[in-house]
Write a protein that binds this ligand. Structure first.
Ligand code: C5P
Length: 227
């Protein structure tokens, strides 16, 4: 990994709007974008296609080590389009079921380690905006700027509902709320790389701030730090 390339990390729980903020930030700065959650979602999808059980750690780890993925930057509605084995992946990877399966796979340290090199490979000039759960704590501990976004579970469920509906993916708000809380619990309480802010992260509670407001705060720090 090239240590001279600046990295900005955006971590936080599901539905907080990391992907949208990361896309805006990367677009404004002209930097690359890493949607690390997509890697876990792709693994969940590939496991399903290949009939690999979600607790078959050896098979999942091997799949993670061989994952042939690249990203095409999209637009605000869909910040990143992953290509798996050169093929565009459909919207099924964005539904809550896939997110839940991804978080079950993400518990395993072996799988997480197998994805480290792949994630470091996204670092390239002029810079990288990386979003996920452990970007600032584990994957890019020396990042130039670390942001941790939070919002109430109700507000996150509402945002996720709006986002899925906008993409034409059917969803129930009550069910989404339950699933988001369940996924948060798993992500926060797992033994490796749990969802916690890095000690040197800037926390932004976005519950009552819109995207422009969050972006303005992040851009102010980006400028302060001369990035
Ligand atoms: O961010 P997204 O909702 O796409 O992530 C799906 C799941 O992948 C998360 O719930 C989490 O369990 C896992 N994940 C992770 N570490 C990351 C990104 C995502 O464990 N850096």
């Amino acid at each position: 990994m090239n240590d001279n390339v600046p990295v900005i990390t955006l971590d936080g729980p599901s539905g907080v709007g990391k992907g949208t903020i990361a896309w805006h930030l990367a677009t404004r700065l002209g930097w690359h974008l890493l949607d690390s959650g997509a890697l876990y979602r792709l693994l969940a999808l590939a496991a399903e296609q290949q009939h690999i059980a979600l607790d078959d750690v050896a098979a999942l780890t091997q799949m993670a080590a061989e994952l042939d993925v690249c990203f095409r930057t999209g637009d605000e509605a869909c910040p990143v389009y992953p290509l798996l084995d050169g093929q565009v992946v459909g919207d099924e990877m964005r539904n809550e079921n896939c997110g839940n399966r991804a978080s079950q796979i993400a518990r395993y340290p072996e799988v997480r380690s197998a994805l480290l090199d792949l994630q470091h490979g996204f670092v390239s000039l002029p810079g990288l905006v990386a979003d996920g759960r452990d970007m600032g704590t584990v994957v890019f501990p020396h990042a130039a700027l670390k942001i941790f976004l939070s919002a109430s579970p109700e507000e996150r469920a509402r945002r996720r509902y709006k986002q899925l509906r906008h993409k034409g993916i059917s969803a129930s708000l009550a069910r989404l709320s339950r699933e988001i809380v369940e996924r948060d619990e798993r992500d926060r309480n797992r033994a490796v790389a749990p969802l916690v802010p890095a000690a040197d992260a800037i926390d932004i509670d976005t519950t009552s701030i819109d995207i422009d407001g969050v972006l303005a705060r992040v851009m102010a720090v980006v400028q302060q730090r001369g990035l």
